[in-house]
Design a protein around this ligand. Structure first.
Ligand code: NAD
Ligand code: ZN
Length: 360
């Protein structure tokens, strides 16, 4: 048995208003006045003075506001890298992502691609990045994906939706300021929060489980229960706890894997553009056969917060469409192996997957 030797985020700040410390944190990383910091910021904050006035711009630093209408694409990463290269003669001092999983993943990918040749799609896969990324900082503004702590950046490319999984992907610095999540719309709060809960269920019920993953997964799950099921928890406490749940959920899957909900959700996302959080919820709602306890509690949370999930997504799809989704889902072999064990190929069929999709 050869054990994997994973990198972790080496520096993290946690605390309400810790975003105010951004300037002092990045100052020592400013290489020169010619080498700017580039801030990739979710455009939901474009007119938000409360946040933008605290972005510590100096010299020729630049803020690029980015729409998260669609999830990150390899070509979007390539375009950002070209834009940055054409604006400056030198590589930036660093990339700082401020937003949800979409922006955090873009920041990681841009930091990698600024220092590596070729296109982002060339690096989708496992351990294909050989030169380190430039300094990159992640500042989540919504909690759940674990993208702030993970070793991947999930991108949709021309051929597939797949992460750049590498030792150079994790952030050099993360700032966890739960206050930044205060204006997240309720439905989105639930969907992205459930991404974390589903990470826990899939990790804790997977064949890859080990004491490392279990310890983080159980803590994250316990925090999710407090946030989504307990009564009388204050807004602030809830924001703090969900931010830590996201972190622990991400740590849990670092040393295990996700499972069937993620595999099927990737299919929906690839064909229909369904976003990760809501897609996971739509899929997980129908997975009681595989995760009975997890789905039961998910439904209680959904009820408690009056969340209505869309339905009929697959109602008008052609055979070819179903095939595309099934190919994407089945291509994620480690997810199935984690969920169903070594002989997973004997435990799931295309017919079964199609019948699940038809319910959604
Ligand atoms: P997101 O980043 O797409 O954001 C969702 C919505 O919330 C957007 O409309 C955004 O504008 C809004 N939003 C974010 N912060 C806000 C705030 N403070 N106030 C108001 N609105 C706010 O959603 P997400 O669920 O965080 O991320 C999904 C992405 O993360 C997907 O692309 C998925 O593939 C990726 N992901 C990555 C990993 C990883 O390990 N790298 C893990 C899971 C998911
Ligand atoms: Zn996820």
């Amino acid at each position: 048995m050869k054990y994997r030797n994973f990198p972790m985020v080496p520096r993290v700040v946690f605390g309400r208003s810790s975003f105010n410390q951004l300037n002092e944190i990045i100052m020592p990383k400013r290489i020169s006045s010619e080498k700017p910091f580039i801030f990739l910021v979710d455009d939901v904050f474009e007119k938000n003075e409360w946040l933008t006035s605290r972005i510590p711009l100096m010299f020729n630093d630049k803020v690029i506001f980015i729409s998260t209408e669609e999830e990150p694409k390899t070509e979007q990463v390539d375009a950002l890298v070209s834009q940055i290269r054409s604006l400056y003669n030198e590589l930036p001092s660093g990339i700082i992502g401020i937003g949800g999983g979409s922006i955090l993943d873009l920041a990681k990918a841009v930091a990698i691609m600024l220092n590596n040749k070729g296109n982002a799609e060339d690096y989708q896969g496992w351990d294909l990045v050989h030169k380190e990324a430039i300094y990159h900082v992640g500042i989540p503004t919504i909690s759940g994906t674990g993208a702030e702590v993970s070793r991947t950046t999930v991108l949709t490319g021309p051929k597939r939706k797949l992460g750049i999984n590498s030792d150079h992907t994790p952030f050099d610095q993360v700032i966890l300021d739960p206050e930044l999540t205060k204006d997240v719309p309720k439905n989105q709060w639930f969907y992205t929060g459930m991404d974390c809960y589903i990470h826990c269920v899939e990790s804790l019920n997977g064949s890859y489980l080990n004491a490392f993953s279990q310890s983080y997964g159980e803590k994250a799950q316990e925090l999710c229960f407090e946030v989504f099921l307990s009564n009388g928890i204050s807004e602030e406490e809830s924001q703090d706890k969900l931010m830590m749940a996201s972190w622990h959920g991400g740590m849990s899957i670092a040393y295990s894997q996700v499972g069937i909900a993620h595999a099927l959700s990737y299919g929906l996302s690839y064909l229909l553009g369904t976003k990760h959080g809501i897609g996971n919820c739509i899929v997980f709602n129908h997975l009681d056969e595989y995760y009975p306890e997890g789905v039961k509690i998910f439904k209680e949370m959904k009820e408690k917060h009056n969340i209505e999930l869309p339905s009929g997504l697959c109602a008008n799809l052609s055979d070819q469409d179903f095939d595309i989704m099934m190919d994407v889902a089945l291509g994620l072999e480690p997810l199935w192996e984690n969920a169903l064990g070594d002989d997973w190929k004997n435990k799931i069929s295309r017919e079964k997957i199609r019948s699940l999709y038809e319910k959604m």
